[in-house]
Design a protein around this ligand. Structure first.
Ligand code: ADP
Ligand code: TRP
Length: 330
């Protein structure tokens, strides 16, 4: 257990907007588990208010929210040691978001990539997408998080939260806690099957909980060059090797890098090895996930208790913010 004096508050969330994939695991969930193991105070939630910016099918959102909660538990987020909850069960985040918007400059949000990319593509953006980083700041600040484990693509949003703390505390005194992103170098960006960043929205994922056959197909469609079996292959430029090494010990990384370089390793065989490594890592979690499908009441109870725990810190925080701003707490 971590020395209580060094116990940090950790918070992160994932949008229930599609099926979880290797990028989510190595870029985020693996670090969620690490912080739980180190004995910190952990809050991990499903960002269903954020998901509304992309999912407009009510049934699908309900299903994805419950499914992603089961995914979290199956992947090893222990409900006894971390609060696991749904964002909308802490509706005060929306109130805090409004309070924070009043100190957030437009320019700060205009620079954010999710909104900027959409505008650049000529797609009209709605206000939800524009305000998205302020809601994310509210998620973080409402539990007084010290660290926010995320992948590289979310770094900018955590920086926005930090800027907002600066503006708010500058205006109203030292009320909010300054969070820091936590992004380990080696997993900051997990490549997808096509070599771009793996993302639900690029159709290039390798999923964590798809049926075996689908996973096999996804792995076999990782892009490779036209090298023949006997040709030496450069692991440093290979997407297949970049994905493979996520699963490997240091020793195994060297072993496979040598086999790539030596020639004689066909891509088909290398992909079969990736499938085996994937199953070595995820087979138990996938079995647990199937069990959880039969236990919806258990998942609901975890979410209820998680929300209760998060609200215990969220409500007083919002009261403090209101008081600091001159909004009465009756
Ligand atoms: P997606 O891009 O698939 O929609 P999300 O935005 O829901 O993924 O991401 C949830 C978490 O997983 C975030 O912390 C994000 O940074 C992380 N993440 C997603 N894709 C990757 C990736 N390819 N590499 C590293 N981290 C990732
Ligand atoms: N925006 C994050 C994503 O798309 C999800 C998220 C919402 C989040 N609120 C957060 C992540 C607070 C960390 C902290 O991945």
């Amino acid at each position: 257990m971590t020395d209580p004096a060094k116990r940090l508050t950790i918070l992160s969330g994932i949008q229930p907007s599609g099926n979880l994939h290797l990028g989510n695991y190595f870029g985020a969930v693996q670090q969620f588990i690490q912080f739980i193991g180190e004995g910190h105070e952990c809050y991990y939630f499903l960002a269903n208010y954020h998901a509304l910016t992309t999912v407009r099918d009510k049934g699908r959102l309900i299903e994805l929210t419950r499914g992603t909660a089961a995914d979290y538990i199956a992947l090893g987020l222990d409900p006894a040691r971390a609060a696991i909850y749904v964002q909308s069960d802490i509706p005060e985040v929306c109130e805090l978001q409004w309070l924070l918007t009043t100190v957030t400059p437009m320019g700060l949000l205009e620079r954010c990539h999710a909104y900027k990319d959409k505008l650049q593509k000529g797609i009209p953006a709605d206000h939800g997408l524009f305000a998205y980083p302020v809601l994310m700041a509210a998620d973080i600040l409402i539990v007084r998080a010290d660290r926010v484990p995320v992948g590289q693509d979310q770094k900018q949003h955590v920086e926005v939260a930090r800027d907002i703390v600066g503006y708010f505390n500058g205006a109203y005194g030292d009320v909010l806690t300054m969070p820091e992103p936590y992004i380990p170098e080696n997993v900051a960006v997990v490549p997808g099957r096509d070599g771009q960043k793996m993302s639900k929205s690029y159709n290039n994922t390798i999923e964590l909980f798809a049926p075996d056959k689908v996973v096999k197909k996804q792995i076999s469609s990782i892009v490779t060059d036209l090298a023949k079996v006997e040709d030496p292959k450069d692991p440093d430029t290979s997407t297949l090797y970049a994905i493979m090494k996520l699963f490997c010990t240091e020793e195994e990384k060297l072993y496979w890098a040598d086999r790539f370089r030596a020639g004689g390793l066909g891509y088909g065989d290398a992909k079969a090895a990736v499938y085996d490594l994937y199953m070595r890592k995820f087979a138990d979690m996938r079995a647990r996930r199937r069990e959880l499908d039969e236990q919806p009441e258990y998942v609901d109870e975890v979410l209820r208790q998680g929300a209760e725990k998060a609200r215990k810190v969220a409500l007083p925080l919002v009261r403090d913010v209101r008081a600091a701003m001159g909004i009465p707490n009756r």
